[in-house]
Design a protein around this ligand. Structure first.
Ligand SMILES: Nc1ncnc2c1ncn2[C@@H]1O[C@H](COP(=O)(O)OP(=O)(O)OP(=O)(O)O)[C@@H](O)[C@H]1O
Length: 353
């Protein structure tokens, strides 16, 4: 069931169209991630939903209440929307307990108990209640900010790059614990992020913005595997894009004959994700009609994500700068430069229609 509907929202700042006719439905209890490069309009969309900006045109409806209809808007403080920003924006002079309690009325029954329950929900120990924000780690500060926003029992939670100031290890942990709190409390949430891996793992629904326009909305799996164009494909992860000839559900391309879901015929661009390409070492003179082969011309070590440049058999013009294929793989059994590999493609290729 749709909980939040944004319909035909446009917003210009002078000549800059920050948002251009954006429509998106957010189901009740879901987590939606909005991704896009810098300046694509992500924060503007969040601010319009929160009520900090007024749209030029379009409607925002939350749980049946019209919050904005063009310039006619309900003020931010009457929208019942919680926000967690990049740096938490905690009150530096207040303790953890008072920061969280700021969201509660003074006469809330069992106020202290409620604060402790909220601390427990976001995995902060009771011993932290008298600390001030500067005595907490970045991740703990974000948990306090989440608890403070949850204290008001908002209908909707908005997250504006809330994990981006945290280091990589901490980030993943707090992201999954925040997602868990939202899931168990059945809270509808929207997250704005630059980080595609974060969007894919956090959300049930991902929306991609580019230059104020919504390019595509769908489940993380659908967007990752069936992006509508090469830009969207590349935004959500590494891609291999190849020229192919389509026929009868198959694509013939430099990596062989690969199954597709398209019934189209003729020339097309197809996409593979690098994890679909498996390399097996073979002898340097291996070459038969049953397989596709290549020579490793460059490798770049990157731990869990190493890059391998391959010159495909028969493509003697490949250079280090312009290899016919670059794939990402783990460091396990990284082939040596100069060695020969057989290339096998797993799964189907995606065809850009
Ligand atoms: N108050 C403002 N006045 C003028 N222009 C603005 C204002 N706010 C945003 N913009 C412009 O609107 C466009 C969208 O900005 P927005 O902050 O929504 O993008 P973003 O996707 O959140 O970017 P980032 O990822 O860098 O935060 C940009 O071109 C920005 O310069």
């Amino acid at each position: 069931m749709t909980f939040l509907t944004v319909t035909g929202i446009s917003k210009c700042y002078g000549k800059v169209a920050a948002l251009d006719d954006v429509t998106i439905d957010v189901p009740a209890g879901s987590r939606t991630a909005v991704v896009g490069s810098s300046g694509s309009g992500k924060t503007t969309l969040l601010r319009l939903i929160a009520g900090f900006e007024v749209p030029d045109t379009g409607r925002v409806v939350l749980d049946g209440s019209v919050l904005a209809n063009g310039p006619a808007v309900v003020p931010a403080h009457r929208r019942s929307i919680g926000i967690v920003a990049q740096h938490g924006a905690l009150f530096p002079h207040l303790t953890v307990s008072d920061n969280i309690g700021f969201g509660l009325e003074r006469n809330t029954p069992q106020r202290d108990k409620r604060i402790l329950a909220l601390m427990d929900l976001v995995e902060l120990t009771p011993a932290m209640r008298d600390r001030r924000p500067h005595q907490l780690s970045g991740g703990q500060q974000q948990r306090v900010a989440l608890a403070r926003a949850l204290a008001r029992q908002p209908k909707l939670m908005l997250f504006d790059e809330p994990f981006s100031a945290l280091d990589a290890g901490l980030r993943e942990g707090i992201r999954s614990s925040v997602a868990e709190v939202l899931r168990t409390q059945k809270i509808t949430a929207i997250l704005v992020t630059h980080d595609q891996a974060e969007a894919l793992s956090f959300a049930d629904q991902v929306a991609i913005l580019r230059e104020g326009k919504l390019l595509q909305v769908g489940s993380p799996e659908d967007l990752y595997l069936n992006p509508r164009d090469p830009y969207t494909a590349a935004f959500l992860g590494d891609v291999i894009i190849l020229d192919a000839q389509l026929n009868d559900g198959w694509a013939v391309c430099p990596l062989g004959r690969i199954e597709t879901s398209s019934l189209r015929s003729g020339p097309a661009k197809i996409m593979l994700r690098p994890e679909q390409v498996v390399l097996s070492p073979v002898s340097v003179d291996a070459n038969d009609d049953t397989g596709f082969y290549g020579n490793i011309i460059r490798t770049e070590f990157g731990g869990a994500s190493c890059s391998i440049a391959i010159s495909l058999a028969g493509k003697s013009h490949d250079t280090l700068d312009k290899p016919s294929l670059v794939i990402k793989t783990t460091s396990i059994n990284l082939p040596a430069v100069g060695s020969r590999v057989q290339i096998v493609v797993l799964g189907k290729a995606h065809v850009f229609e």
